[in-house]
Design a binder for this molecule. Structure first.
Ligand code: ZN
Length: 217
């Protein structure tokens, strides 16, 4: 099993371990943990420290429910069937059905998304399916964007990301990810705020979104 090379940053792992991470990011981190033994160990150590603190000090007892990492199943080496994917828990439970049977929405040529409705009003949580070799529009972010690769790969100026890897981008990052060749790229993307598209395609799409907003008033 190849280990992920790109991990959620330490702050996210600590917040996950002490139970203070919001549900959307916790879902992404927990799904990464299913694919990343080193991060599981780090979080388990953090949970033990948080538990010890709570035991020592009643004031620390309100840290909230601590996710039980030991209960997460360890994924065996990925044997990804064609056209489907090995989606690990806990994400699989949130989806409730096989990936090909989800209500995919085309957003751009070569790119579809499946928004997880239970997160509506709490940022954006969606699966993205990008055809091999396809470029996404250039964009930046108003908040934090975390992208976990579940199948295939993508790359941008910051590096190449494969199954299990987490890419982190914020307002300082203006990028144009491109899916790797050979296999459909499937990702879980969690954003605090909508993407702000840049570049020419971006300008057109932003204008279209603004018009839609006006029309729907
Ligand atoms: Zn990791």
């Amino acid at each position: 099993m190849t280990m992920p090379q790109h991990h959620p940053d330490d702050t996210l792992l600590i917040e996950y371990a002490n139970g203070s991470l919001d549900e959307a990011k916790a879902l992404l981190v927990a799904t990464h943990l299913a694919l990343c033994p080193p991060c599981r160990d780090a979080v388990a150590a953090g949970e033990a420290a948080a538990a010890a603190l709570a035991f020592d000090d009643d004031a620390a007892a309100d840290v909230g429910p601590v996710p039980d990492v030991a209960a997460l199943p360890v994924e065996s080496p990925p044997t990804v069937p064609k056209g489907a994917t090995g989606v690990p828990e806990p994400l699989r439970r949130y989806l409730g059905r096989p990936v090909p049977e989800l209500g995919w929405v085309p957003v751009l040529a070569g790119m579809k998304e499946y928004p997880l409705r239970e997160f509506e009003g709490r940022g954006s949580v969606r699966l993205l399916a990008i055809e091999p070799g396809r470029r996404m529009p250039r964009h930046t972010h108003e908040g934090l964007e975390l992208t976990l690769v579940l199948q295939g790969s993508f790359s941008d100026a910051s590096g190449a990301y494969v199954r299990g890897d987490v890419a982190t981008a914020d307002a300082s990052v203006d990028h144009q990810p491109q899916a790797g060749g050979g296999e459909l790229c499937l990702c879980l993307a969690v954003e605090d705020a909508p993407l702000r598209l840049t570049g020419l395609t971006g300008a057109v799409l932003n204008a279209a979104a603004a018009v839609r907003k006006l029309v729907s008033r």
